[in-house]
Design a protein around this ligand. Structure first.
Ligand SMILES: Cc1cc2nc3c(=O)[nH]c(=O)nc-3n(C[C@H](O)[C@H](O)[C@H](O)COP(=O)(O)OP(=O)(O)OC[C@H]3O[C@@H](n4cnc5c(N)ncnc54)[C@H](O)[C@@H]3O)c2cc1C
Length: 418
């Protein structure tokens, strides 16, 4: 059988948010690359579908007109102005993403089924610098001092692609991570989530706030309701994998039981209809700084295990890391240096400088709020003190204030009304 040979500076495995952002930003910098996905777009991805300001910012930075397009297609991209957090004791806080409310501000966040978001991004890839293979299977991967070789099968033909650098944007079960970091990689994701699409849930927030509900029946996890256009919603549950294993939790049963019987939400689902199968997937949350690059490779998004441990936001981090990867690769191409040291300085250090503090603080927050009594106490006190309520609202959106909430002294002050 004929072997087709391609030489390119960059090969990207995976065309989800991380791979698409890498490709878009490489094209902007006139860098030739090949992008490969095993699926054919549009394709689904199990997710809560909620995008925060980081996603909007990365898309806007690539091309402001794309954000205008998203805003015009509000039948697909549901604008969202904030989030509602409900503590295990039922106390709720509405947390707007911006001090300005809908009447005067564009929505910072949106909710969009991944089938649509990922296809929207995929459609932005074609450029003179980008060669796309979708529905392609990676057969082999090898590396030597000269770079990386990837052999793929596509439409019955075999291609051997030689590149100076490979970007692993192939999700939580990344074959790129396995190939380059097999000794130090983790096989199991830290958390697991289920997603279901419903229609007809009542009492949705008038400004389409996403809802995070903490119930005592869901230890170390939460239940979500994220509004979508046309009266639909993405509903799901997420929990630490260790808890699911240790307590032998059947997530599907817990979720359906909450929908049927939990007094806080059951009445809202009275006339609601499940639209699709309930599906689950691993959530590779950030736990510590780890190597995410090396000689001739860079990892982005879920492949680099960088989902926010508190909010569960992974799309924004995936796209942000793709943008940083493209910037580092541009420098590498100019310097003709694809070494571990170069990518550590230009990618890894940059990534942890930009997002490391946020990921670490949200990790601490997640650990603190595992203790539901702490959660209840903070929300109880917030109900009694306008100042504390405002502080907590700001803490969810302001990284400098998030530092306070992850300090034990903060909880002592709350406990003793200081
Ligand atoms: C239940 C659940 C709920 C979530 N909710 C949210 C949420 O509300 N908001 C949020 O921001 N994040 C959420 N996340 C996290 C979010 O889904 C991920 O962080 C995000 O998809 C990461 O993007 P990615 O591009 O790195 O990986 P992916 O989106 O997984 O894309 C990887 C791509 O690589 C391709 N691929 C995989 N293997 C290969 C291979 N061998 N060869 C070629 N191609 C390959 C896949 O087909 C896919 O297109 C949730 C996750 C789960 C599981």
């Amino acid at each position: 059988m004929q072997l087709n040979r391609i030489e390119t500076p960059v090969v990207i495995i995976g065309a989800g948010p991380a791979g698409a952002a890498t490709s878009i930003y490489l094209s902007k910098q006139n860098i030739r690359h090949v992008i490969i996905d095993k699926d054919v777009f549009p394709r689904d991805k199990v997710c809560g579908d909620a995008c925060g300001g980081k996603t909007t910012a990365v898309i806007h930075h690539a091309n402001p007109e794309w954000v205008t397009e998203m805003r015009q297609r509000s039948n697909v991209f549901q604008p969202s102005w904030g989030m509602t957090v409900v503590a295990p004791n039922g106390k709720r806080l509405d947390i707007p993403y911006s001090a300005k409310m809908p009447e005067s501000a564009e929505a910072k966040g949106f909710i969009v089924p991944r089938m649509d978001l990922d296809n929207f991004l995929f459609e932005k890839l074609p450029s003179p610098y980008c060669t796309i293979f979708q529905g392609a299977r990676v057969e082999r991967m090898s590396n030597d001092a000269d770079g990386v070789t990837v052999t793929i099968k596509h439409n019955g033909a075999t291609y051997e692609i030689k590149a100076k650098v490979i970007v692993g944007a192939d999700g939580d079960k990344s074959i790129v991570r396995k190939h380059f970091l097999s000794g130090i990689t983790t096989a199991k994701t830290e958390a697991i989530g289920l997603r279901a699409y419903y229609e007809g849930i009542t009492e949705m927030h008038p400004h389409s706030f996403i809802e995070l509900h903490y119930f005592k029946e869901i230890p170390e996890g939460y239940f979500w309701i994220f509004p979508l256009p046309d009266g639909r919603a993405n509903v799901g549950i997420g929990m630490l994998s260790a808890t699911v294993r240790e307590k032998k939790v059947n997530l599907r049963e817990v979720m359906l039981k909450a929908i049927k019987t939990n007094p806080r939400i059951a009445h809202r689902f009275k006339n609601a209809r499940l639209l699709d199968k309930i599906q689950g997937w691993g959530v590779p949350v950030y736990t510590k700084d780890r190597p995410i690059s090396g000689n001739n490779f860079i990892l982005c998004g879920d492949s680099a295990l960088m989902v926010d441990p508190f909010s569960g936001e992974g799309i924004g981090n995936a796209m942000f890391s793709g943008m940083l990867a493209a910037n580092a690769i541009k420098k590498a191409v100019d310097a003709k240096d694809y070494s571990e040291g170069f990518f550590k300085k230009e990618y890894e250090t940059e990534f942890y400088k930009e997002l490391g503090a946020e990921l670490k603080h949200n990790g601490k927050l997640q650990r603190v709020f595992r203790y539901q009594w702490v959660f209840n106490m903070v929300f109880n006190k917030a109900y009694k003190s306008i100042t504390l309520k405002r502080l907590i609202i700001c803490m969810f959106t302001d990284i400098s204030l998030q530092k306070q909430i992850s300090k034990p002294s903060f909880y002592l002050k709350v406990l003793f009304n200081r």
